[in-house]
Design a protein around this ligand. Structure first.
Ligand code: NIG
Ligand code: FE
Length: 390
């Protein structure tokens, strides 16, 4: 197998804390990375790099692990421009807008849905994302949820069943009947395509008991839980997520001290989605409070046409640093290794021997520029599975 060295990296974020005592980022200056096949096989100082078949000069740029976007909703059709316009003139966000996207998604062909996913994936890749999770939730019938997941599985291995996004409009008068469907025939049809089961545990969507029933049923079918929790207000979602050992509690915008304690003591990652607070003009999640309690934080886009229509991890990093109390180092870690933790993965989100060779060169001398130069397209080159794709 051929080996390729990327040399002359001004600063390399490895996310291997053993390499650097004072930073969990495991920063190496004047670094090189050697790739063989789809794996990283060596990292260290450029001057000590082993001989390789090929070499690429990074030109004094910074290198970081490819972003791991652990929360997106890409299986949809249409958009909600009018809703966004109305919101920017004062109308509050409500999850009711999901119904607009459900109607458009049901009306779309398989090819249209697949092309939409490919389009947003390409957009994300240009901004440095090399792994992404995505979910169903805009079909809400057995057939529409299963086809969304079938299409999702053609694009990523991180697929989440979210039949419990809202109660389907077809079951408006029978929410209990919809929970039976989501835990019964719909789950049976969807489970073969998915790795995860998710529920929107929120007033107006599913309460704690319904969420528990949905996550437990998913688990019995081999799906691992993750939860949309505490986005629009306080509620049972976060503590339920920790109790069920969900990989992630997502949003975490409205937390009590007991919620924060639960996150700090459990194995559930708090995934913060600042694009949603930005686009809905909501209160920012308090990342500082969660980090200071000792919990693990991931950052993700939540890319969806309603609450957060961005595929940009650099944008989320800039928001997290500016408005959520994170340092640039913490935000970078959360957008890479944190996302990997939220997907219970150790093969991505770091640049260390044995990891998947997913890495990004920035047109900047340091990863700090991602927050320092918001809105500037800093991604210079991307390797994914060891292939240079940009
Ligand atoms: O994560 N919270 C629920 N689901 C999405 C919003 C979906 C929509 O508005 O279309 C979210 O923010
Ligand atoms: Fe979401």
């Amino acid at each position: 197998m051929t080996t390729t060295a990327i040399t002359n990296i001004a600063s390399l974020v490895t996310n291997d804390p053993s390499l650097c005592a004072d930073s969990p980022l495991g920063l190496i200056r004047d670094a090189a990375v050697v790739i063989e096949g789809d794996r990283v096989v060596w990292t260290g100082e450029s001057s000590k790099a082993p001989a390789t078949d090929n070499a690429v000069d990074a030109g004094g740029r910074a290198a970081i692990p490819g972003f791991v976007d652990s929360h997106s909703h890409l299986l949809f059709a249409g958009d909600r421009t009018e809703e966004f316009n109305a919101r920017m003139s004062g109308r509050p966000y409500s999850a009711g807008g999901i119904r607009t996207t459900v109607a458009a998604t049901r009306a779309a062909t398989d090819d249209e849905l697949s092309a939409n996913v490919a389009r947003y994936l390409a957009e994300a890749l240009r901004q440095g994302t090399t792994t992404f999770e995505t979910k169903s939730g805009y079909g809400l019938t057995v057939e529409d949820e299963a086809r969304a997941l079938r299409i999702a599985a053609q694009h990523t291995e991180e697929v989440t069943y979210l039949g419990a996004h809202i109660v389907s409009p077809d079951y408006a008068d029978d929410p209990a009947g919809y929970v039976d469907l989501v835990t019964g025939a719909m789950l049976d049809a969807c489970a073969p395509y998915a790795r995860w089961v998710d529920v929107f545990c929120e007033k107006g969507a599913f309460d704690g008991d319904q969420a528990r029933a949905i996550l437990t049923a998913g688990r019995a079918k081999g799906l691992h839980p993750r939860v949309h929790a505490n986005q629009l207000g306080h509620g049972p979602g976060v503590q339920l997520a920790v109790e069920l050992d969900a990989a992630s509690a997502d949003h975490c915008t409205h937390l009590t001290d007991a919620d924060v304690d639960a996150l700090a003591q459990g194995n559930t990652v708090a995934t913060l989605l600042p694009g949603a607070e930005f686009s809905t003009r909501a209160t920012w999640p308090d990342a500082r409070r969660i980090l200071d309690a000792g919990a693990t934080v991931a950052l993700s886009t939540d890319c969806n046409p309603g609450s957060s229509f961005t595929s940009s991890m650099p944008f989320c990093i800039a928001l997290a640093v500016r408005d959520m109390g994170m340092t640039p180092d913490e935000a970078l870690w959360s957008a890479t290794a944190g996302g990997a933790a939220a997907l219970r993965r150790t093969d991505i989100g770091r640049i260390t021997p044995g990891a998947r060779a997913d890495l990004v060169l920035l047109d900047a001398p340091s990863h700090v520029h991602l927050a320092y130069r918001p809105g500037v397209p800093l991604v210079h080159a991307v390797w994914q599975h060891g292939e240079r794709v940009l």
